[in-house]
Ligand binder design. Structure first.
Ligand SMILES: NC(=O)c1ccc[n+]([C@@H]2O[C@H](COP(=O)([O-])OP(=O)(O)OC[C@H]3O[C@@H](n4cnc5c(N)ncnc54)[C@H](OP(=O)(O)O)[C@@H]3O)[C@@H](O)[C@H]2O)c1
Length: 230
């Protein structure tokens, strides 16, 4: 994919991985449309982004508003990178169905709905000769389960499976899908869990490294990044 001149939507562009990925892509000439969850958190979005948007993946109205805004501009969209997400910790017995549903909504159903609604503008990018891409960062949990994280593992595994099916369906439209499986990364995500508290993890990957591997894979038209690739 030629990054120079591309127009890329980054969900969670104010998060740690989202910021590094956005800044790397921007340094290579991409226009970044970055999202944050709320008005309050949007102040941490990079002021140099082409557009700064509010998107709450837990709110179908917010998802529909962002999708219709992007579709109404009629401009091709060359990529959607989902660097948004939430984690929660606790045994199966200690996790309520409401908490599990929230993780499923933010980590899987919300981004799946947004990408589905944006397919017309991604197709437009392919029609004008670009190589649009949908990127997920489901993580190593898409490869194997960990105890005390069932709700998170379930939401990320669901999203990984959805991305695999999507890849098969949109291949003919020349839209690529890349799902990245980094292991634990030192972004502080675990300390911001929406329920429960994190176990002690061994030292993780650096976010700079994870972002660099993902951006290189985007440039090289890769369609998978396993945990071993990090
Ligand atoms: N860190 C790791 O070990 C690791 C490993 C593998 C995969 N991942 C995945 O990588 C992605 C980025 O994580 P990170 O480590 O960079 O964490 P982070 O710094 O906490 O970033 C999380 C991002 O998600 C956004 N977000 C949270 N709830 C949202 C909602 N309801 N609607 C829209 N956006 C929402 C946050 O926006 P606000 O700040 O505006 O709330 C923030 O931009 C996540 O999907 C995570 O699961 C992380």
């Amino acid at each position: 994919m030629i990054i120079e001149g591309s127009r890329i939507l980054v969900l969670g562009a104010n998060g740690v991985l989202g910021s590094y990925i956005s800044e790397l892509l921007q340094s290579k000439g991409a226009q970044i449309l970055g999202t944050a969850r709320s008005n309050q958190s949007s102040v941490t979005l990079n002021a140099n982004f082409s557009e700064r948007l509010i998107l709450d993946l837990n709110d179908p109205v917010s998802i529909a508003a962002v999708a219709s805004y992007l579709i109404s501009s009629e401009l091709p969209l060359d990529g959607v990178i989902n660097a948004a997400g939430v984690v929660g910790f606790g045994t199966v017995e200690a996790t309520s169905s409401q908490m599990a549903a929230m993780l499923m909504q933010v980590n899987h159903l919300g981004p799946a709905e947004l990408v589905t609604q944006l397919l017309p503008v991604l197709k437009k990018s392919a029609e004008v000769g670009n190589t649009p891409i949908v990127v997920g960062i489901t993580g190593v949990v898409a490869e194997r389960a960990f105890p005390g994280m069932a709700a998170y593992v379930a939401s990320k595994t669901a999203h990984a499976a959805w991305l695999s099916a999507l890849a098969l369906e949109i291949r003919r439209a020349k839209i690529r899908v890349l799902d990245a499986h980094p292991g634990h990364t030192e972004t502080g995500l675990a300390s911001r869990s929406v329920f429960g508290s994190a176990p002690k993890f061994p030292q993780g990957l650096t976010p700079e490294h994870v972002a660099q591997v993902i951006v290189t894979a985007i440039e090289r038209d890769a369609t998978s990044l396993t945990s071993a690739d990090f």
